[in-house]
Design a protein around this ligand. Structure first.
Ligand code: HEC
Length: 53
């Protein structure tokens, strides 16, 4: 996950990513992420590692 309130405004500032064997999963899978996070972990802000390209 990446936090960027401008770029990902529609999902509460969070960009979601899921990779399977190094390949990004399809968009339909990413759409499932935010619903649950908004409902359950909206006030948590725990991601602190850097994105490793
Ligand atoms: C069924 C509910 C649900 C769905 C769907 C879901 N998550 Fe989560 N996710 C959680 C919960 C609950 C936590 C625990 C957060 C906490 O304890 O603060 C979590 C934690 C995380 C964390 C760790 C955050 C941290 O810093 O501790 C990441 C990364 C994450 N989810 C990514 C995703 C991604 C990417 C997707 C979609 C592919 C996704 N999640 C879908 C419920 C969900």
């Amino acid at each position: 996950m990446v936090k960027d309130s401008a770029r990902y405004a529609s999902t509460g500032g969070w960009g979601y990513g899921r990779f399977i064997d190094g390949t990004p999963a399809d968009e339909a899978q990413h759409r499932t992420c935010d619903g649950c996070h908004q409902a359950r972990v909206k006030d948590h802000d725990r991601v602190f590692t850097r994105y490793a390209p």
